[in-house]
Design a protein around this ligand. Structure first.
Ligand SMILES: [Zn+2]
Length: 218
């Protein structure tokens, strides 16, 4: 089940426009798109074959549908999220099926009404989100809370405290908070018994025609 949820996150982050890690994000187009979709699917199933350009284009719609679920949860609207997932389950005809092939242990596949990889993956991702939303893990679908980022994530941390899509966004926010905390400081470099900087600056503005190193050169 983790695999399809991972794929859902990867598809949304690769294929939906918005902002990522502080910059505008435009999804890949043309030849780059099938590669991006294939990489997202292989995050769940390594043996996934490469998708065609037509299939990759269809995955864009799937990703937008999945994003709406994350957005609804982030906006505190679980009822809307559940409706969206139910619609996706119905539209794809999601049908879990245990399979065993190529010497693998039994594992769960998801089939849709039609036997296309796009519908199959859409059914699988919808089922994955349905399982999360229908459990006590439902608060774990998230949208990054860092400024200028709307990439999504599934919080797998033990305490469910994750707020960011990546360590890159976490570090951006930490750095900004550190700078903001130090901006309020009266003296940026307090040294020993130096007078407060406001007295110091008043004195130096009164002697503007005197070079700063005059006492040293005299
Ligand atoms: Zn982020």
């Amino acid at each position: 089940m983790d695999a399809v949820v991972t794929v859902a996150v990867r598809l949304v982050n690769a294929l939906t426009a918005g902002e990522a890690h502080g910059r505008p994000y435009a999804p890949p187009e043309g030849g780059a798109r099938p590669a991006a979709v294939t990489a997202a699917l292989r995050a769940g199933r390594r043996d996934t074959r490469e998708v065609s350009p037509d299939e990759a284009a269809e995955f864009v719609g799937v990703a937008e549908g999945l994003r709406a679920v994350f957005d609804a949860m982030a906006a505190g609207r679980p009822d809307a999220a559940a409706r969206l997932v139910n619609d996706m389950l119905a539209a794809t005809g999601a049908r879990p099926h245990l399979d065993r092939h190529d010497g693998e242990p039994w594992h769960l596949h998801f089939h849709g009404v039609e036997d296309s990889p796009v519908t199959g993956w859409a059914a699988g991702c919808a089922t994955g989100l349905a399982v999360v939303l229908g459990s006590d893990l439902q608060g774990r679908l998230g949208v990054c809370t860092a400024p200028r980022c709307d990439r999504v994530f599934v919080d797998t941390s033990r305490n469910a405290t994750r707020r960011f899509c990546s360590t890159s966004c976490q570090n951006r926010v930490k750095t900004a908070a550190f700078r903001a905390a130090h901006r309020g400081c009266v003296s940026p470099r307090p040294i020993g018994d130096d007078p407060p900087s406001n007295v110091h600056s008043g004195a130096s503005s009164a002697n503007t025609d005197q070079p700063k190193n005059s006492s040293a050169s005299a």
